[in-house]
Write a protein that binds this ligand. Structure first.
Ligand code: AMP
Length: 215
């Protein structure tokens, strides 16, 4: 199955993607993680991407697609989750053309619905483990006691100015992707509030209802 997790930053897509991948043996493809990896390695793509990311803007489609296409082609079991991608209609069209060309189109798109105020809270309270990349929320999903405070970092794009810009970008450039998939009959919406377990259960229900597990 090939699932797209869609929604604003801070909606919990990354957390749920990891769970789904463990449970259903899927590969997790997060363009945000791929871009941060390129920045860490100081590649040409990474250096270009960094400017946009720290501003809260989108990285140009062709750069993101280069990384996404490579990740898609590296795995051959055709069972994966894309998280944080596609973020523009152009990216969605490229993804669809690529997957349809392989006879393995997107099985389902799950849209995480959440109020923007909650997004601001979640992102400003998010901390990331510098080495493992694990995400925590200081109140709702605190790091375990053995994690040292100095190992937790706040992403530059989780600072208030960048969060506001990311939400604006989401509304203007990414929300049209939702309508694109709605027209294709692939969209299911879930409420992304409540505990991590509650949100997981809503996703599992959609997968069962749409019979995605067998696609
Ligand atoms: P994320 O970790 O998914 O929130 O992504 C962090 C940042 O990486 C975003 O705010 C964008 O600047 C950039 N980014 C990630 N995925 C994409 C994408 N599909 N298209 C454009 N920019 C992206």
């Amino acid at each position: 199955m090939r699932i797209v997790l869609f929604g604003p930053p801070g909606a919990g897509k990354g957390t749920q993607a990891k769970r789904l991948c463990d449970r259903h043996d899927l590969k997790h493809i997060s363009t945000g993680d791929l871009l941060r990896g390129a920045i860490r390695k100081d590649t040409e793509v990474g250096r270009e991407a960094k400017k946009h990311i720290n501003d809260g803007a989108l990285v140009p489609d062709d750069l993101v697609w280069e990384l996404a296409r490579q990740a898609l082609s590296e795995q051959n079991n055709d069972n994966f989750i894309v998280d944080g991608f596609p973020r523009t209609v152009t990216q969605a069209e490229w993804l669809d053309a690529y997957l349809e060309g392989r006879g393995k189109p997107v099985s389902a798109v799950i849209s995480f619905e959440i109020d923007p105020e909650q997004v601001i809270n979640r992102l400003s309270m998010r901390r990331v483990h510098a080495r493992t990349g694990a995400n925590y929320h200081l109140d709702y999903n605190p790091p375990p006691p053995d994690v040292r405070e100095e190992d937790l970092i706040q992403r530059d794009d989780d600072r208030p100015e960048a969060i506001r810009r990311r939400l604006e970008v989401y509304k203007n450039q990414t929300e049209p992707v939702k309508h694109y998939y709605e027209r294709k009959g692939l969209l299911s919406c879930i409420e992304s509030i409540g505990s991590i377990d509650e949100v997981s259960e809503r996703i599992e229900r959609v997968l069962r209802r749409e019979d995605v597990l067998r696609k």
